[in-house]
Design a protein around this ligand. Structure first.
Ligand code: DX5
Ligand code: ZN
Length: 223
């Protein structure tokens, strides 16, 4: 088992996205995390299909698209066409979770569900076997650069036990608040996937920073 690092472009300089992609491309990051926000489910607004489509031709990495939008079921095929490999929707934004998860998979993408910090993991009990990814929010979604909410560790530990007991291969990915400081305890709690915005893009050299975070995480995983 190895660490998956997913730099989140939300924290990048949007006037230099192409340059950021070049550095990510040669790094150990396997996924690129793309945060789509609608100003409704979350207070912020970011980008949508056209931006993802333009980036697609500049990267061979896995596009891990995180939809922070209401009624995400309306846009499944649009994101597939734009180049998404993974589509993660929010439990809180989607009343027809079962149907939507299946629709994402039928469209040929891996399906993820994100949980806001206050949403219990038990809400996923019945759909967990169908999920490729559970995206555990370490902060309230909407903005990069926030501090990790400490009770999230307990959710991760419980989810790890649950996934292992059922022998599932679902990825547990943490999104929000990942840093050099929080990373070791997150890995020990049970995540293998790390979304990192500020921890990557505040650095002078993006590729180097990604590789450093990856090395640190991998050594904790193997310890
Ligand atoms: C927040 C987004 C995150 C964000 C994380 O709502 O979903 O992906 O980019 O940023 P950091 O890593 O800076 O907390
Ligand atoms: Zn995200």
């Amino acid at each position: 088992m190895s660490i998956i690092l997913a730099p989140s472009l939300l924290s990048a300089d949007f006037s230099k996205l192409g340059e950021a992609l070049v550095q990510i491309e040669s790094s150990r990051a396997e996924w690129i995390h793309l945060d789509v926000m609608d100003g409704h489910f979350v207070p912020n607004i970011t980008f949508g299909m056209p931006v993802i489509k333009s980036l697609r031709s500049h990267s061979k990495k896995i596009f891990d698209v995180h939809l922070m939008i209401t009624h995400p079921e309306r846009y499944i095929l649009d994101f597939k066409k734009a180049g998404a490999d993974h589509l993660t929707i929010h439990q809180e934004a989607c009343p027809h979770l079962d149907r939507t998860i299946h629709a994402i998979k039928e469209a040929g993408m891996k399906a993820g569900v994100a949980l806001n910090p206050a949403t219990p993991i038990q809400t996923l009990q019945h759909v967990l076997p169908y999920l490729d990814i559970v995206l555990v929010m370490g902060v309230n979604p909407g903005f990069g650069g926030q501090s990790l909410i400490p009770y999230v560790f307990e959710k991760i530990r419980d989810l790890r036990k649950w996934i292992d007991t059922q022998n599932l291969s679902t990825h547990i990915v943490i999104d929000g608040g990942v840093s050099i400081e929080t990373l070791p305890d997150l890995i020990k709690a049970g995540v293998h996937g790390l979304v990192a915005g500020n921890a990557v893009f505040q650095a002078d050299h993006i590729e180097h920073q990604i590789n450093q975070l990856w090395d640190q995480a991998q050594s904790v995983l193997q310890a």
